[in-house]
Design a binder for this molecule. Structure first.
Ligand SMILES: [Zn+2]
Ligand SMILES: [Zn+2]
Length: 254
């Protein structure tokens, strides 16, 4: 869609959502009290969402079992450095934050996009932009076409597009393609098997313009890092200079 059309569409949807807010005030997703005008989670519930994580691996984002201490590089990343530079995670995948992401992902909760993107914007600003990492382009982790048809949306692409608008960066939702279904990244598999599985599930697609770019790969949940690693490998092979990863959450496996 040309830019002007997109802007017009965006303005129209903004106005129609404002009108809807007047007619039907928003309820908080958690406590069902009025949520205010700017999202679907009220201030009290926002504050109750625990964003705490233990110190983590500076490459893959895996959390340490110990709540105290400094960030570190885990033994897996030391032995076999991943294709991405770093994974940035907003919060641990548990409790209310997991409920929120599951509603967003499995219960067609696309109305939560704006609330969730706020966390991505904050993490991007505090940990990526502030650290002097200059991102050129956003790329979401793709979804298999059949699954996309069934669900109606790719949650990672929704997040990437909304984040791109907020931080004024371009977004290429077609750079990568998911070519195989099935559950990936089973934690019980050996790391090399997980990576081989993940690599077989993705292909590079429309990679024009990736050369020399620093890319921010967007996902909703990073489980073992195998998907991020497979996607980063493809982006690097397509000429990307560096790949960083930003995701909402990662489960904690003590
Ligand atoms: Zn609430
Ligand atoms: Zn690591």
């Amino acid at each position: 869609m040309p830019n002007l059309l997109l802007t017009t569409w965006h303005t129209l949807t903004c106005w129609s959502s404002r009108l809807l807010d007047l007619l039907y005030p928003r309820d908080c997703t958690f406590c069902h009290q009025p949520a205010g005008e700017d999202g679907y989670i009220c201030q009290d519930c926002l504050e109750r969402l625990s964003l705490h994580r233990n110190p983590s691996c500076i490459r893959c984002g895996a959390e340490s079992a110990l709540p105290e201490g400094h960030d570190f590089t885990c033994s897996e990343c030391l032995q076999q450095p991943p294709a991405f530079e770093r994974v940035f995670i907003v919060a641990r995948y548990d409790n209310a934050f997991r409920d929120l992401i599951q509603t967003f992902k499995y219960r067609k909760g696309i109305w939560l996009t704006k609330d969730l993107v706020r966390y991505l914007v904050a993490t991007y600003q505090l940990r990526i932009a502030e650290a002097g990492i200059a991102i050129d382009l956003l790329v979401p982790v793709p979804m298999q076409v059949s699954k996309l048809r069934a669900r109606g949306y790719n949650q990672a692409a929704l997040l990437a597009e909304a984040l791109a608008r907020e931080i004024h960066l371009p977004c290429n939702t077609r750079a990568l393609k998911r070519v195989r279904t099935g559950k990936l990244s089973q934690t019980r598999l050996h790391r090399s098997e997980r990576l081989a599985n993940a690599k077989a599930a993705y292909r590079a697609a429309r990679t024009k313009g990736l050369e020399g770019k620093t890319i921010l790969l967007i996902d909703d949940v990073v489980t073992t890092g195998a998907t991020s690693n497979a996607c980063a490998t493809l982006l690097r092979q397509a000429g990307a200079k560096a790949v960083y990863v930003l995701a909402l959450a990662r489960p904690f496996h003590p």
